[in-house]
Design a protein around this ligand. Structure first.
Ligand code: CDT
Length: 300
């Protein structure tokens, strides 16, 4: 039980010309703002350190290496880790990962208030395509630039919180929240980049915000967890991505939401006990869940 300050740090567009040092300076400013407003834990977006580079084609993936981190933490993000430690604030950060074996993942970490990494996630639901659709202004090449994550869905104790991680498109899949809730998550954190133009994604522009919020709210309610989602949004290289960074309670209600499409911190005072009435009644898994009838979910 107990309350804590939870923040989502929404990040406005990062242009391809911006250096990682400049981006990390922006992020560190957001972390300081969050801490000053009472945050104990701050959620940053997916691929927070670079522009959303899967919109661009290169013939050889190594042409994108500058967008990937080969270690975490590293010299580029050191100022952010140092600020978190100084302020006693933990955080979640999404980034592109290139392993020593040459594997590429869309990854995230949780970091505690001492600056130690407590958990790691590699994105499972990679949307988009891997073929070159050269006539399009903005492609969605996550299937080209990343492999499906190999770590599953984990819950990581961090400064007294059981934190489950996801990334962007994962938030639209109910199995993700359920897998995390079953492992005792109090809080599901995720970052996202949701462009208006996604090849093959047939959704009205107005629906993009609605389906984003719907996914967070349903995930929170049906699994008695808090959900905190941070956007990278606004215009990047002329392409728009939705804002709507939000904190959602286990009731499914939005308790805080960003108002802009730029750098913006939203903070909520979170009471973990608010999950109790749901866990002990309608969603008492031990009493009411019927896994013997769910085999079809993994058989096809
Ligand atoms: N980054 C990411 O996963 N974006 C996707 C775009 C839409 S894919 C149909 C998202 O789910 O927001």
């Amino acid at each position: 039980g107990g309350t804590f300050g939870l923040a989502v740090a929404q990040v406005g567009g990062i242009q391809p010309s911006e250096s990682k040092a400049e981006v990390v300076e922006r992020l560190t400013g957001l972390l300081r703002d969050a801490a000053a407003r009472g945050a104990d834990f701050v959620v940053f977006p997916e691929l927070t350190l670079t522009t959303f580079f899967p919109r661009y084609w290169v013939d050889d993936n190594s042409g994108m290496d500058a967008n990937y981190e080969t270690s975490m933490p590293n010299d580029d993000v050191a100022p952010l880790f140092a600020a978190g430690r100084d302020l006693g604030v933990g955080f979640y950060l999404g980034y592109a990962e290139l392993t020593p074996a040459g594997r590429r993942y869309n990854s995230s970490v949780t970091v505690d208030k001492e600056g130690a990494i407590t958990g790691k996630y590699r994105k499972v639901h990679l949307p988009g395509h891997d073929d070159n659709r050269a006539t399009l202004r903005s492609q969605h090449l996550e299937k080209k630039y990343f492999e499906v994550g190999d770590l599953g869905f984990g819950v990581f104790p961090t400064d007294g919180l059981n934190i489950g991680m996801a990334l962007c498109n994962d938030r639209r899949w109910p199995e993700v929240y359920r897998a995390l809730s079953l492992q005792g998550a109090d809080l599901v954190v995720l970052g996202y980049n949701t462009p208006m133009e996604v090849p093959g994604w047939q959704e009205e522009p107005h629906a993009k915000m609605a389906t984003h919020l719907l996914s967070l709210q349903a995930g929170a309610y049906q699994n008695s967890v808090w959900v905190a989602a941070a956007a990278k949004c606004g215009y990047e290289d002329g392409v728009y991505m939705i804002g709507g960074s939000a904190i959602v309670a286990p009731s499914g209600e939005i308790v805080a939401k960003a108002m802009t499409d730029g750098d913006e911190v939203v903070v909520a005072q979170v009471d973990l006990d608010m999950a109790r009435p749901f866990r002990e009644s309608v969603f008492d898994f031990a009493a009411h869940r019927r896994p013997e009838h769910y085999a079809i979910l993994v058989e096809r």
